[in-house]
Design a protein around this ligand. Structure first.
Ligand code: DP6
Length: 360
């Protein structure tokens, strides 16, 4: 599909007021998106597990204005309280999507949002947040039309989410979503994420993700700045090629269930992401001493226990510990006893692969 196909021609009936609510999960990338072109077009394809527990719930109340506004008219509440500092980000999002949702200036919106994970836990809320918001606006648009095929709805939700935050386009469906053109995935697109369409071995069913909160502080360098630094990066070209080839390899691994090969790709992707940060100009480090301590402990435990526990990292110090469901008991005991002491206030979040957003 092209961008133009996401511009509606006309609405059949525009309701005066209403309210919609969605809950959308976060996701954890196995092959990382790091580097982008204009209009949130990724420099390389990425793929992620959709999570189940870490999510954002957003409700949007809408009321038709007597005359359409020149600016967007909205209030923003976070956990029921007005949150002025979130407004600029939402305003930018509305500007980016207005062309595709031409009703936005006809209404006043009250956006009320909350996360299941602790605020300022260092967990990216932009993926689940932008996805939940895009879902609400799409539900409103759907009510203005006689019908909308579910496939179109899902693609446009992902398309709009991407304009809010790239990784958000991989959150609305599950269990695995892929984003970015790749010869390995038929119908893959730079404009939106798609549900991974090929065989997934049982080994990956209900895959576990325990998120270790190593550092809950504000990141020193935002993802947006990090993406920027991939322009003129000395290793950018080979990094982007590597992501393409890792995606091809992962496709075979998803089919065969080869967990050792899975671990090699996932851990390499995480360390490559951080290597890109450490070799950009200016360079920076988001890992903390305890991030490295945890990684080393995971490696040691894996070799002793013969389990398939591994790690991945986002653009931050927290560690996502990934492991198959049938090793849950052994690995979780290790996490509680061997890794939790290296988390800030001993905190971690238990999650697993999920199926995507829910309408409430
Ligand atoms: C490291 O999606 O947060 O999590 O598009 O600028 O909002 P923006 O960036 P964002 O980048 C996240 C990158 C990552 C890897 C990934 O999720 O693929």
């Amino acid at each position: 599909m092209t961008e133009k196909e996401f511009i509606p021609t006309s609405y059949t009936a525009m309701e005066n007021e209403g309210v919609v609510t969605y809950s959308s999960p976060s996701n954890i990338a196995l092959i990382k998106y790091w580097g982008k072109l204009e209009h949130q077009i990724p420099a390389n394809p990425s793929i992620s597990f959709t999570l189940n527990e870490c999510s954002t719930t957003t409700s949007v109340q809408y009321k038709k204005l007597e005359t359409p506004g020149k600016e967007f008219s909205f209030e923003l509440l976070f956990e029921g309280r007005s949150k002025e500092d979130f407004k600029p980000k939402i305003n930018t999002f509305l500007q980016r999507v207005e062309k595709y949702l031409p009703f936005l200036k006809d209404y006043h919106f009250v956006i009320n949002t909350s996360n299941t994970f602790p605020h300022s836990s260092g967990i990216a809320s932009s993926a689940s947040g932008m996805s939940a918001l895009a879902l609400c606006f799409m539900e409103i648009e759907r009510s203005f039309l006689k019908e909308m095929p579910p496939e179109y709805f899902n693609k446009k939700v992902s398309f709009l989410s991407r304009l809010g935050s790239g990784s958000a386009c991989r959150s609305n469906q599950g269990p695995i979503m892929q984003w970015g053109e790749s010869t390995a995935i038929e119908d893959s697109s730079n404009l939106y994420g798609v549900v991974y369409p090929y065989l997934i071995h049982e080994n990956f069913k209900n895959y576990q993700d325990t998120i270790l909160l190593v550092d809950k502080g504000e990141k020193q360098v935002s993802s947006t700045v990090g993406h920027e630094l991939m322009h003129d990066h000395p290793y950018a070209k080979s990094r982007f090629e590597q992501a393409h080839s890792n995606l091809k390899r992962l496709k075979d691994i998803f089919a065969s269930g080869d967990l050792d090969a899975f671990i090699t790709i996932v851990e390499s992707e995480a360390l490559t992401l951080h290597a890109m940060m450490m070799t950009s100009n200016p360079y920076f480090i988001l890992m903390k001493p305890n991030t490295l301590e945890i990684i080393n402990r995971i490696w040691k435990f894996r070799s002793q226990s013969k389990t398939h526990v591994c790690f991945t990292l986002d653009a931050g110090a927290n560690v996502h510990v990934l492991y198959p469901e049938n090793e849950k008991e052994t690995v979780f005991t290790f996490i509680k006893e061997g890794l939790a002491p290296f988390c800030q206030s001993g905190q971690y979040i238990c999650d697993q692969v999920g199926q995507g957003a829910k309408k409430l």
